[in-house]
Design a protein around this ligand. Structure first.
Ligand code: MEV
Length: 331
């Protein structure tokens, strides 16, 4: 587990961070309700070197065209020299699996290391501030998982307190749960979605008269789900994932492609739901133990792209020289 500081390092350096999948509580977390997120073992890695001009993957225009890169430079590298940043990722983009949070967390970890190192709690706040500024809306769930790794709760009592993260209006507490060590399947529908737009549309739905009551139902399912994970009760976790999916349908963020994948994995899973913003994006599936590959095949047959994943126990970290960094440099 990564609780330790980000150590100092000199350029060139490599850093990486995991993607994430939300088991319970997406959307409701934006409104202060509880969430359970796991970091997954699909990573984004960045290599940062000094250079005559700043660019991302060879593109100097990225300073203007990529809001995450631009904001990371503004918030974490304003006094730094020009840098060449190369990013490679196994996380599909705009898929609800935390690709932007992983990019932001890895880049901010690299900048923090180069500026002399820092506390992980400060990196969590920095990564959230960057993602939030670039995206305009959202909660710190994705960046917290990318920075902390493992199994993370927000706004719940369960687990060991790591830190809290703020914006101008709200504060979210972040805690660590024991990873039950299960194998999950995440599956991209192939339909990209825009997190900001989806968060705003759910916000409008929740502003209707039954919004507060709907939010309470989200909170109950998330807290029950967190308790079931703590008890390592797969059956309950599966059932609660189904209940969470019903609520997500009710706020209008399911999609026919997601529903087709849900139907396909029904017979081989204890539960499944969309994960992240929805309206496209991805599913998370808790397969019956031993039926993970079957679940992946069933998803492929209806056009999804499935990944069999475990929890990534390590959060954002420098990559030791000579290790996977060398594979990334070609990408
Ligand atoms: C996105 O991965 C999850 C949402 O709850 C938005 C957020 O928390 O930032 C939809």
């Amino acid at each position: 587990m990564t609780e330790e500081r980000i150590p100092p390092a000199t350029l060139p350096l490599a850093a990486r961070a995991p993607g994430k999948c939300i088991l319970f509580g997406e959307h409701a977390i934006v409104h202060g309700k509880p969430e359970l997120v796991i970091a997954i073992d699909l990573h984004t890695q960045v290599i940062i070197r000094g250079a005559p001009a700043t660019r991302l993957n060879g593109d100097p225009e990225a300073i203007r065209s990529n809001p995450y890169f631009r904001t990371a430079l503004e918030k974490a590298w304003s006094a730094g020299p020009p840098v060449d940043v190369r990013a490679v990722s196994r996380i599909p983009r705009a898929a609800g699996l935390g690709s932007s949070a992983a990019f932001v967390a890895a880049t901010a970890a690299g900048f923090t290391a180069s500026a002399g190192g820092g506390e992980r709690s400060d990196l969590a706040q920095l990564a959230f501030t960057i993602e939030r500024t670039a995206q305009g809306v959202g909660s710190p769930g994705d960046t917290a998982a990318a920075v902390a790794g493992g199994c993370i709760t927000l706004n719940a009592e369960a687990g060991r307190l790591l830190w809290s993260v703020q914006d101008e209006q709200r504060s979210w507490t972040v805690r660590r749960l024991e990873d039950p060590g299960w194998i999950w399947v995440v599956a991209y529908s192939g339909v990209p979605r825009d997190t900001a737009e989806t968060v705003r549309s759910v916000g409008r739905r929740l502003a209707q008269p039954d919004g507060p009551e709907l939010l309470e139902r989200f909170a109950t399912v998330a807290l029950d789900g967190i308790r079931a994970v703590v008890k390592e009760d797969r059956t309950d976790v599966g059932e609660l994932m189904k209940r969470n999916q019903e609520l997500l349908r009710e706020v209008g963020v399911s999609h026919p492609r997601l529903e087709a994948m849900l139907d396909a994995v029904g017979p081989v899973s204890l539960g499944a739901k969309l994960t992240g913003a929805g309206a496209g994006g991805s599913l998370v599936v808790l397969p019956h133990p031993g039926r993970e590959m079957e679940a992946a095949r069933k998803i492929a047959r209806v056009g999804g792209v499935a990944y069999v994943v475990r929890v990534a126990t390590e959060g954002a970290a420098l990559v030791p020289e000579g290790a996977p960094a060398s594979t990334a440099s070609g990408g």
